[in-house]
Write a protein that binds this ligand. Sequence first.
Ligand code: UT7
Length: 333
Amino acid sequence: MYNSAIKGLGFYLPENIVTNNDLSGLMDTSDKWITERTGIKERRWVNDDKLTTSLMGTYASERAIIDSGIDKKDIDFIIFSTLSPDYYFPGSGVLLQRNLEIKEVGALDIRNQCSGFIYGLSIADQYIKSGMYKNILVVGSEIHSGGLDKSTRGRSVSVIFGDGAGAAVVSATTSNSGILSTHLHSEGKFAEELAVIKPATSFWIDKIKAETNKDDTSYFPYMNGNFVFKNAVIRFEEVIFEGLNHSNLKKEDISLLITHQANLRISQYIQKRLNLSDSQVFNNIMKYGNTTAASIPIALTEAYKSNLIKKGDIVVLAAFGSGFTWGSAIIKW
Ligand code: UT7
């Protein structure tokens, strides 16, 4: 029986930095409001038409593969998570396979928004533990900037989201370290509390062409911010403890907690509830905003490259978002 371990990590960010002050030139907002409510100071927004979600995922994956030390021909499965795919279909996983020029391995797209990377990690973990695959590429990549309402009408959502990509090579190991457990959840009764409703099969080509209401906001992301916030803090704490209890660990055993970077206030609340020191929690939302499926692999890569994770550490990952979906992964490094 194999365990699965993260063998390589990488991320890619578009170069174009958009500060809070840049946004106050587009809409009625301020650096003060955004900083106080979210902790975000700047984010990356793609300004190059050639840069797609799958291409950013490819760049992140190339870095993760180099970091892992394996040959890309040894990747035997791809898991791609995004809410902002290149095409309606096919998914971005096959585009990544094409871009990487690797053999005809399986490519799975998953649609779990902010929890996408944890869902992907969980699937990779099970495939490896079952012996089916040895090296799986798990990718999260998002281009939000093209789909945001950048007027004052959309300010409560658009100031939060950033573009970026992160990737991990998850590989089989015979050691007792690696992914100790993953736990996944969903609560579909709140699907519309954080969603993009159109285009949809119930509102398809003929209806889109016939649309006369130029103020229809259902093409933009909608978020019931306060409601999402209140659910997030409860679910984060629950699913972190679920993972720790499953692995017979206590909160004191956490070496590093990386939560999905949704809002700095959410991360700080969880830190306080778990009584963790600043050195036990990693945040980078200040620089990149909320990059949904990409936020955990970007943060994990940054923490790892900054030597904040060492062998034997207990690293806890947790996410919550649209669906609602949420999950955690407990990793012994
Ligand atoms: O990643 C997936 C999971 N997502 C999350 O977990 C996000 C959860 N929610 C949040 O992070 C917060 O709810 C937000 C950051 C989205 C909003 O913060 P808030 O403290 O909940 O603010 P609010 O929505 O209650 O808005 C407070 C005020 C409102 O004005 P009034 O009605 O009090 O006059 C808004 O119109 O702030 C106004 N406002 C803004 N003002 C300046 C909303 N957005 C902005 C803005 N700039 N960008």
